[in-house]
Design a protein around this ligand. Sequence first.
Ligand code: F6R
Length: 240
Amino acid sequence: MKIIVTKDYEKMSLKAFEVLKGVVKSKPYAVLGLATGTTPLGLYHNMIEDHKTHGTSYAHIRAVNLDEYQGLPKDHPQSYAYFMRENLFKHLDIEESNTFIENGMAQNEAEECARYNKLLSELPRDIQLLGLGSNGHIAFNEPNTPFGNETHVVDLTENTIKDNARLFGDILEVPRKAFTMGIKQIMQAKQILILASGANKADAVYQTVRGRVTEAVPASVLQLHPNCIMIADKEAASKL
Ligand code: F6R
């Protein structure tokens, strides 16, 4: 794993943007694996600004997202579909029909997972962007998820529910379950870019980079990926 430590969140977002723009420029039909959460917002902001000022085009780009809360429709303000539309897609020239995410409202979990697995097999990711959970999760693959899992439904841990409650009015409104891409599929991306910012990620960054590769720390699997870059700001990297 290549590790880049930056002075702050802005520099982390800028470095991440350089990597992502490199992929988009060299391959206009690239498939981007994207993430939600607070961490990639700076990167998304840079992508939008660059699109506006330099015209970098996403007209043929396909975007596949990691995860979605179960029970939230795609126009619910806390759904990840809504997040992606508001924070990125609607500001770019990407075709809505080229953006993919699990359907949080799917009645049949197994069918929805199978549909997404098929889609992922048809859209191999050129780059997979990841945030890092403070408990070491990637996507919603919580500690002790088997590395071989494909798309599945997870019971979110109390830790993750608490972390994500800041985005909801009340902790009781945070969904308890989510659909998530599996670790096996994350690892299939040609390149992985994982971002971490802030002191609350420092333990997880340390375990991811220096710890043993173990299902107890899902992100530690990234040590086994042949082309993975971690960009962490100083605070997140403080325990390395
Ligand atoms: C989001 C996702 C999560 C987040 C992680 C970090 O699609 O898959 O794994 O990347 O929980 O979240 P933030 O960036 O909000 O700290």
